[in-house]
Ligand binder design. Structure first.
Ligand code: SF4
Ligand code: SF4
Length: 403
């Protein structure tokens, strides 16, 4: 996944900003397309079809990962949001349980529920499936999820966090998903991808199996042009596209003094009409109201354009998973995953998610110990050594103190 700043710059120039701003930030100032952008007076929710699934969704959905408030989910329902996205591992199962409570008395066709199960046995660094990948534990986890959710089926079941073509096409992973569908436990099946998105998306198209793809997609990705192209190919093949990580970590800095303009970042992704919907996370009613307002109006204001232009060049907290750093690490550390844990802690303030991720990585609480003269160069200029030290120490904290 090579960085291609010229193409990216050209793309952003054409897709984000108006010519009037060119004086301010030449790299991303160009004309705004205002796709599907009714005036702010318009009170009709913008909806799009989720590929060939037949499901029609508002362009803004709800990534529930960090939410623990039933009232917030109920407020989202009142806002007209239909799709609620969780995962087997979020909040160690409490997230699915919370959604099960909220929806237990709702007509089953009044909401769309997506969950994710991560196949066991794939390599964290390469994403390659090992010899022990099996449908059985995947399906057992799905059964646990359905019990927590108090549902007979989920509308979308994703194989979570696939990173390599070999995983996407692996017979056991496909068997797990297709079995769940045949048994009526999943209406539609898909995959989620955090890195190596173009290759994973194209493998999903090749397979003919996956109906929905949940992909990272945001204005900070150096490879956004390739992501956009692959998304267009998938949409053309009838696959529904759901965007995540649209906020790119939420903040530009560890101290959280420089917030990303999340509304602008969300609008930017949704201006790509091949994206059916996005799943921004909400932990407050204000965030929910802000994100839900994008359902009515996709037009970027000049202020939002300037914020995106300014933020494009800042390093931020979001690791784009490009893996350019990996070959340079003397200890072959899983740097992209460590950086994701860092974002969970400092961007999302979600120590549980960071802690659980760290526990899957088999690293110590001081992974760089004994290594002097770091040879790693990050494509986003992160101080990788410092960030690893900051986040990895979390793994030495007893589990009962993590909240
Ligand atoms: S200091 Fe850490 S990140 Fe840098 S090369 Fe050594 S082990 Fe890898
Ligand atoms: S740490 Fe930097 S170089 Fe490594 S994967 Fe993340 S963005 Fe790319």
């Amino acid at each position: 996944m090579k960085k291609n700043p010229v193409d990216r710059r050209t793309f952003l120039k054409r897709s984000i900003l108006t010519g009037a701003g060119a004086v301010i930030a030449p790299s991303i100032l160009a004309e705004s397309k205002n796709l599907n952008s009714p005036s702010s007076e318009n009170k009709t929710i913008i909806k799009r079809k989720l590929g060939k699934t037949g499901i029609e969704l508002p362009i803004v959905s709800f990534g529930v990962m960090r939410a623990d408030s039933p009232a917030l989910v109920q407020a989202a329902v009142k806002e007209g949001i239909l799709l609620f996205d969780t995962a087997h591992g979020y909040q160690r199962g409490k997230n699915e349980e919370m959604l099960g409570e909220v929806f237990k008395n709702s007509p089953r066709d009044s909401f769309v529920l997506a969950t994710k199960v991560e196949p066991e046995g794939t390599d964290r660094q390469t994403g390659l499936p090992g010899p022990n990948v099996s449908a059985k534990p995947f399906l057992e986890k799905l059964d646990i999820s359905l019990t927590r959710l108090k549902m007979d089926y989920v509308d979308i079941l994703y194989a979570h966090s696939l990173m390599a073509k070999e995983a996407v096409l692996h017979p056991e992973i496909i068997l797990a998903l297709t079995t769940a569908k045949k048994e009526g436990k999943a209406k539609h099946i898909g995959l989620s991808v955090h890195r190596n998105e173009p290759a994973v998306i194209r493998a999903a198209i090749e397979s003919g199996v996956y109906e929905v793809i949940l992909t990272s997609y945001n204005f900070k990705q150096d490879h956004i042009l390739e992501v956009k192209k692959a998304v267009a190919e998938a949409a053309k093949a009838g696959i529904g596209i759901v965007a995540m990580k649209t906020m790119a970590g939420g903040f530009h800095d560890k101290a959280r003094t420089q917030p990303i303009n999340c509304k602008a970042a969300l609008k930017f992704v949704l201006q790509d009409e091949n994206v059916t919907t996005a799943i921004p996370g909400n932990t407050t009613f204000d965030q929910l109201a802000m994100n839900a307002s994008v359902n009515y109006d996709l037009a970027l204001t000049m202020e939002e354009k300037m914020d995106l232009a300014k933020g494009e060049s800042q390093g931020g907290l979001y690791c784009q998973g490009c893996k350019q750093c990996v070959p340079d690490c003397k200890k072959n550390l899983p740097i992209p995953d460590l950086m994701r844990a860092y974002m969970y802690t400092y961007g999302y303030r979600d120590n549980v998610q960071a802690y659980d991720l760290l526990n899957t990585l088999s690293v110590s609480s001081n992974p760089c110990s004994g290594c002097t003269d770091c040879t790693v160069v990050c494509a986003k200029n992160f101080n990788v050594t410092e960030r690893i030290a900051d986040v990895a120490r979390l793994s030495s904290v007893p589990a009962e103190f993590i909240s």
